[in-house]
Design a protein around this ligand. Structure first.
Ligand code: CUA
Length: 334
């Protein structure tokens, strides 16, 4: 929670969501958050009260039984007496408290792990170091680096990773789930407040782990469908360099390839077109349509000298029209 506050202070690109009514926790915006916040508050206040009680009792006894003087050499009188009622009370009362906490916690856990049957499904993809989300359009699909969801409808996120462990973490929905390569995981939520909330990666996944940020936009009633229709139409109508430019950020190309000439995880796209590229195996090749296409679909076929073979394949994720768009876009970056 403190982490959340610090992150908000540190990163201006994070969305400014509505102020929270809790000192400790970010604003809550899902149906399952109340239960979690209640247990959190209970634990905090129970810890504060217990700590206070112990310290007060300690000071009381320290004063009351203080040795009057060293010379008197007083000793406490040995006693085998004990207070049965007190001992039963301090054993049994905490037992009930932890049983109650377990029941609450378990119920909350079951709620969090059981998406309602009617939940709509969205896909979340993790890769170093970007989240992308897939939407179904009337024709084909759409990928975006922002999560868009409707207000007050259960949403089940099906999560996967193309490279290493990541974790989809939405603090305002009090939910988090690992993204594991070669496996699907899921989480669900039902937004109770329209607005924008931050998304983090909560699993240390390498150099730019802390930059693996996104946001969830909760659309007010009825507006999600309008947004989806518009976004689908727009994505479908773009052609050539315009399409490539859009895909550059939507598909996460920007996490590794810059447009300003500086190398990042991968070579820069500036001045890439037509250049003769040298590869790790000693060969070289001019950057043309076929080279770019091959690098998108089979990135490990030709790895540029000086870079690690860390790019995931985009086979099945990009259409021919998309690849054409990216090629046209790279051509414009001279
Ligand atoms: Cu992805 Cu940390």
């Amino acid at each position: 929670m403190t982490l959340h506050l610090l992150a908000l202070l540190a990163d201006p690109q994070l969305p400014k969501s509505a102020p929270s009514d809790s000192f400790w926790l970010p604003v809550d915006a899902s149906v399952t958050t109340r239960n979690i916040d209640w247990v959190w508050d209970f634990l905090i206040w129970m810890s504060v009260l217990t700590a206070l009680a112990i310290v007060v009792a300690m000071f009381h006894f320290v004063t009351k039984y203080r040795a009057k003087s060293r010379a008197a050499n007083e000793h406490a009188e040995p006693s085998s007496e004990h207070n049965t009622a007190l001992e039963i009370a301090w054993s049994v009362l905490p037992l009930f408290v932890v049983i109650a906490l377990f029941v609450w916690g378990f119920k909350g856990f079951v709620d969090l792990r059981t998406p309602p049957k009617e939940a709509m499904e969205l896909r979340a993809n993790a890769q170093k170091w970007k989240w992308t989300f897939d939407y179904k359009c009337a024709r084909g699909g759409l990928t975006d680096d922002t999560l868009h969801v409707p207000f007050d409808r259960p949403v089940r996120m099906v999560i996967s990773s193309v490279d290493v462990l990541h974790a989809l973490y939405i603090p305002s929905f009090r939910t988090k789930m690992d993204a594991v390569p070669g496996r699907y995981t899921d989480l669900w939520f039902q937004a109770t407040k329209a607005g924008e909330y931050p998304i983090f990666c909560a699993e240390y996944c390498g150099t730019s782990h802390s930059d693996m940020l996104s946001r969830v936009v909760v659309h007010p009633p009825g507006e999600y469908e309008t947004w989806l229709k518009g976004a689908c139409e727009k994505a479908d109508s773009l052609v050539g360099p315009e399409r490539g430019k859009k895909l550059y950020t939507q598909q996460g190309c920007d996490t590794c390839h810059t447009l300003d000439g500086t190398p990042k995880i991968g070579p820069t796209w500036k001045g890439l077109w037509g250049k003769s590229e040298s590869f790790a195996d000693g060969s070289s090749h001019a950057v043309d349509e076929n080279y770019i296409r091959e690098s998108i679909l089979d990135p490990s076929a030709k790895v540029v000298k000086g870079f690690a073979p860390s790019m995931p394949t985009y086979k099945g994720k990009l259409s021919d029209k998309d690849i054409d768009g990216l090629i046209e876009y790279i051509k414009t970056l001279q």
